[in-house]
Design a protein around this ligand. Sequence first.
Ligand SMILES: *Cc1c(COP(=O)(O)O)cnc(C)c1O
Length: 423
Amino acid sequence: MKFATTAIHGAWDRKNSVRAVPINRTVSYNFRDTEHAANLFALKELGHIYTRLNNPTQDVLEARLAKLEGGTGALAISSGTAAVFNSIINVARVGDEIVSSSELYGGTYSQFKDILPQFGITIRYVDPHDISAWKNASNKKTRAFYYETIGNPSLRVPDFEAIRKVANDVHVPVIVDATFTTPYLLNIIEHGADVVIHSLTKWIGGHGTGVGGAVVDAGSFDWTDPKFATFNEPDSGYHGLRYAHDLGDLSPIAFVLRMRLVQLRNLGACLSPDNVWIFLQGLETLALRMDRHSKNAHQVAKFLLTRPEVVWVRYPGLEKDNSNYQTASKYLKRGFGGMIVFGLKGGRETGKKFIESLELFSHVANVGDAKSLAIHSASTTHSQLSEADLLAAGVEQDMVRLSIGIEDIDDIIEDLKKALSSV
Ligand SMILES: *Cc1c(COP(=O)(O)O)cnc(C)c1O
């Protein structure tokens, strides 16, 4: 089945008398007998014990996402933020290091800068487009590389395959936040990701109605190197299980299985079955919506370039922005997504006035909604960053961020025209 078909039918029996995937609002599951219960707890058999670990509605979402990404397995979790944190602590412990792109979602930036160091995990930031920097920042303590497919809000696309080569040299997994591309615009596993993260809250949910996250396992990484302590040391929670060695047939899902057995079980960032249903609903129309988001955003980017009030425009599909377009068009074959950033003459003050003059666009903090959205990044999503950090993250003071929705393009342009004229 092709993408749009899998997004609707994947992982659910079309002959099941229950046609739509139901919401299973249950915490627990009947064991057949005491042996069945013992087998489940000992991992001799996989199944359902408690909804903090998994749930039949969630199973469908996970299997569908794994198929759409070309991965071996997936795990749904309470938010994109939880997906990031739990992925990092699945490979890194006190004393370990991560090499990360500096062009990050604001929340990820704060987590890396302020929270992970409290756990003794050091993040070394690199300019993701400087390939030698990845190598130079690596050492014996490095446990993973981390980047976003389209940096937020820089909207630059790194050279994925070049980064993969360096990761092979230093033997670390590549963890990629693919929220801005979704599995529809890009299968990042084909270009070197071992672990794929999504904030389901954005385009996959697609309507701004639920918060959730997911992690997809490419099944590609060999965890047997003893430097990956979390996968090589015996887990006392499962009778000394070593995830890199003892999983047998389940080895290709070692990353997400450990995340479920250790982190969902003991840290508890599970997703509610009701929100799982919202994401299943969103997935059904993802292909259609991404086509429209990309088409609308491309037109808006070209429109902004013609306006005297606008100093610069960044959109991965704009040929004018040459170096970014070269990399973006190498990897993004179906469209360049719904995000645009641009600078307004007059800087911060004009930016604020512009946002307040918009009528169709909503002034909100999320992205990836069917509705068009706008925000001034430096004073909001990235306001906790210093001037130097703002520059490294690609956030200019005059920058306005747009998440282009799927409304009629004429109405979107009309609203922007009015707001630009008013400044
Ligand atoms: C929104 C977002 C996150 C965080 O996801 P939540 O679901 O809001 O916790 C992480 N990465 C990117 C790129 C995002 O856009």
